[in-house]
Every structure is written in structure tokens, then in C-alpha cells.
Design a protein around this ligand. Structure first.
Ligand SMILES: [Fe+2]
Length: 314
């Protein structure tokens, strides 16, 4: 059996199409979708349509689906979630809300466990250490080499005493998750861990494109192949600029553009900046009000343009 593992699409339907096409060419027979289908790119309904009609797919929910429950309001911070909610019908939203948190499969003697976050299986061994903040602090270089990243994560986990203890109590199996938007995998004798990265919004400092992972189980043997379909991010950004999302949630969309181009987190940095900015003008309104949200973005952009003028891509 060959599975294609796809996570964190975040409304990026063009990336999803490319990944499905590539996986089918590679002989994938089943698709495992690991959550976070909306918010950030403007095609949540198309993503729903594709997933909903796939016969050979196992689908669990992520954390981003909860933002589809955002109440009406006038703030700037949640205008992206509100746009996304309104881009989906009640039936489509209910379908996302009804997805299970976990799924377990069995294939040729291997138990396969799926959950959006690895915390369900290994506590914070991954999420607390090998997250986008870690990547930013340890890899300020423009592009991060895949083999370097994989080595650091795998060696870091192996030398972590807490992780060794967790492994001792964890049943043999294949554990699949997403959530961090960083693609990696590790094969040990009795445990295999796979994070396919984010198909729609990768933040692992690698090449621009759509990552996903193939898992092949044949005669009890396992093969894991990380793949990344490279495509033109500027073309994608052009398409988003002509969407209704861009008109209604411009700030969020533009921060996402920077993430697509750099393949690194900018949103957490921006949210931290808005918090500082709001405190500076003694604005205690949360979620961030539209005027503060937009003014903070203008400041942040100016500051980034100054830095990028010195040769750093932001
Ligand atoms: Fe995500």
C-alpha cells in the first residue's frame, strides 16, 4: 500500500491539486489528510469539494477548523477567519466540524495512528522544540538544507531523555501528524514518525512549493519518501491579489505572501509586533481592532522594508 500524507492545506487549492497529481503519478492508492484545511489562502470551498468527493481518503480535523466558529465582529484580527467562514456554506462548515480528531489504521502488521498534533503521541518533544521559533533562531540563513534540518531534529530527539522515556511506553507503530508546518520523519526499529509539513503554507525554510510525504508498506517493509512539488509562488500571490479574500483581509493575506516567499514564519512575528504596537498606544481592545491592526501592519511593513533594503529577504 502506498499512502500520500498531506497536511495543513490552509485553503491553498492550487497546491493541493499539484500534490494529488504528483502522488497519483507516484502510485499513491490512499490519501491521509491531517487537518487545517482553511484560513490563509482563498479557496476553502474548493478544498472542501476535493476532499469531500475523494473516495480513497482518510480525513481528520486540525486546530484551524475551530476558527470557522468565529463570531461576527468588526475587529481586524479575525477578518480572515470571518471571510473564510462566509466563503463556506453551513453544510461545508458542519462537515469540517464533524471530522474526527484521531484515526487509527492497520496495514500489513503495522498500526498507523493519525492526529493533527504530535502532542497526542509524544508530548511536546516535537512541538516544544522543533517549531517555527526554533527554526528562526537556529537557521537565520535564507534557505535551510533538508538534510541539515532532518539531522538536527532526529539527533535532537534521540538525545532527549524525556523522548526516550516516552518511546519506552509508546506501542510499536507509525505515528503521523502535521501542525508545525515543518516536514520531517524519523524511522526507528519499532516507531516511525512522519510530519509531512504543510502542503499549502510550508514554514521549514526549504524550497518554495508544496511538501507532502509518501509512505509505502509492502510485505511488512516501510519506505518513507518526502516530496515537494515546486511551483511559482509569485503566480499564486497574483491569483490571491485578485480574490475577494485579499479585499476583505488584506493584512493577513500580505503577511502570508511573505511566508510563501521565504518559507518561514512571519505571522507569529507580526502578531507579536501588533501586541507591542497596541500596548504602545495603550489600546487594550482584543481581538485587535481594525484601525490598530492596519496601522500596526503599515509600521511593520516599513520596518521590514528597511531591513530588506539591507539585503535580507523578509
Ligand atoms: Fe496549520
Amino acid at each position: 500500500m502506498k499512502y500520500a500524507i498531506v497536511s495543513d492545506i490552509h485553503g491553498n487549492y492550487p497546491a493541493l491539486q499539484l500534490v494529488i497529481e504528483d502522488a497519483l503519478k507516484c502510485g499513491a492508492k490512499e490519501f491521509l489528510f491531517m487537518g487545517d484545511y482553511c484560513v490563509s489562502a482563498p479557496w476553502p470551498a474548493e478544498v472542501w469539494e476535493t476532499l469531500h468527493s475523494m473516495k480513497n481518503a482518510r480525513i481528520i480535523c486540525g486546530n484551524e477548523e475551530q476558527y470557522l466558529r468565529v463570531p461576527e465582529g468588526e475587529d481586524g484580527q479575525f477578518e480572515i477567519s470571518r471571510w473564510c467562514k462566509n466563503a463556506l456554506s453551513q453544510e461545508q462548515r458542519d462537515w469540517f466540524f464533524g471530522l474526527p480528531n484521531r484515526m487509527d489504521l492497520h496495514c500489513e502488521g503495522w498500526d498507523i495512528h493519525m492526529c493533527h498534533s504530535s502532542e497526542e503521541f509524544i508530548g511536546n518533544a516535537e512541538t516544544g522544540h522543533y517549531n517555527v521559533t526554533w527554526l528562526r533562531e537556529n537557521h537565520p540563513e535564507e534557505r535551510v538544507k533538508r538534510e541539515v534540518l532532518l539531522r538536527e531534529i532526529c539527533m535532537g530527539l534521540r538525545s532527549n531523555e524525556d523522548f526516550s522515556e516516552i518511546l519506552g511506553a509508546l506501542p510499536k507503530g507509525i505515528y503521523i501528524f502535521g501542525h508545525t508546518h515543518i516536514q520531517w520523519h524519523m524511522q526507528l526499529e519499532n516507531h516511525i514518525f512522519i510530519n509531512p509539513g504543510s502542503c499549502g503554507l510550508p514554514l521549514d525554510g526549504g524550497e518554495c512549493g508544496a511538501p507532502y510525504t509518501l509512505l509505502t508498506i509492502e510485505e511488512g517493509q516501510i519506505e518513507v519518501e518526502e516530496r515537494r512539488v515546486v511551483y511559482d509562488m509569485h503566480e499564486l500571490i497574483g491569483r490571491v491579489k485578485s480574490s475577494d479574500q485579499y479585499t476583505k483581509a488584506k493584512v493577513w493575506s500580505e503577511v502570508i505572501f511573505r511566508e510563501w516567499l521565504t518559507v518561514k514564519d512571519k505571522m507569529l512575528l507580526f502578531l507579536r509586533f501588533v501586541e507591542q504596537y497596541a500596548r504602545g498606544i495603550e489600546d487594550t481592545r482584543r481581538p485587535f481592532a481594525k484601525d490598530t491592526w492596519e496601522a500596526a501592519y503599515m509600521e511593520w511593513r516599513k520596518k521590514n522594508e528597511l531591513i530588506s533594503a539591507q539585503g535580507t529577504i523578509l
